[in-house]
Design a protein around this ligand. Structure first.
Ligand code: APR
Ligand code: ZN
Length: 235
């Protein structure tokens, strides 16, 4: 993936559109039949023939330059996500800071999972300095509440979730840097879009057990990050 220009990455996921529909590009809100409304640095003229593209899998259409601008605004990892339906092209990665993920089995059962033991995941991320992929590059970020302990039932489905969480960790998708909803603190390590259970025997925060839908919810949240059962087998 390294070495591909943003234009090349975007092109890879697009099909040609001969005559654009009479609709607006939902990135820039300008008609697809006209030029892109995006006038940022590095946006050069494109020929009319390639000014609109259709994303190959979901079919949503945008100005080519609008997609390139969107790609340049992200972490430029070679993947693209349709802003309309969230279909992921390529392998999505995040901006989780460096740290450690460990897990082990503890010989106790979670409320609602009396038939099995428990997997405890321990995430540890130290504070540091934000990189170019973070909201304020060069500025420090804090890391509160680490190590963070999380729990899964040691059942077949729980182990499947663990396998996919390991993939999510490698793709830097478990945590992010931003503003905490809970504390209001900015420039700090926060949970990304995948929910974790951080209470073992109680449910004071709502992030505890029992919660019958939890594992299915997490599988759905992982899917939204582009991580499916197939990933757990190959990585
Ligand atoms: N346990 C698990 N998930 C949580 C918790 C928690 N205690 N608090 C919030 N979340 C979920 C939220 O539901 C939301 O989906 O994390 C997501 C992001 O919420 P933020 O408050 O922005 O995240 P963060 O600041 O990382 O979480 C704050 O979580 O583990 C604890 O020690 C941590 O008390 C801190 C809290
Ligand atoms: Zn546009």
């Amino acid at each position: 993936r390294k070495g591909k220009t943003p234009e090349e990455v975007v092109k890879k996921y697009l099909q040609k559109v001969k005559s654009p529909p009479e609709e607006d590009c939902t990135i820039c809100m300008e008609p697809l039949g006209g030029p892109s409304g995006y006038k940022g640095p590095g946006v050069g003229p494109v020929s009319r023939a390639e000014s609109v593209g259709r994303l190959a899998q979901c079919g949503h259409q945008y100005h080519f330059q609008c997609l390139v601008a969107m790609y340049n605004n992200g972490n430029k990892d070679g993947s693209l996500q349709c802003p309309t339906c969230k279909t992921i092209y390529g392998v999505k990665t995040g901006n989780q800071p460096a740290g450690k993920m460990e897990y082990h089995i503890i010989p106790h059962s979670l409320p609602g999972h009396s038939d099995c033991k428990t997997i405890r995941i321990i995430y540890n991320i130290p504070p540091g300095i934000q990189g170019p992929e973070h909201p304020n590059p060069g500025k420090p970020f804090t890391a509160r509440g680490f190590p963070r302990h999380c729990y899964l039932p040691d059942s077949e489905k729980g182990r499947k979730v663990l396998r996919l969480l390991l993939v999510a960790w490698d793709r830097r998708l478990i945590f992010s840097v931003g503003t905490s909803n809970t504390t209001g603190e900015s420039d700090t390590v926060i949970w990304n879009e995948v929910h974790h259970k951080t209470e073992f025997g109680s449910n004071l925060t709502g992030h505890g057990f029992p919660d019958p839908g939890h594992l299915d919810n997490v599988l759905e949240e992982l899917r939204a990050q582009g991580i499916t059962e197939d990933d757990g087998l190959t990585e």
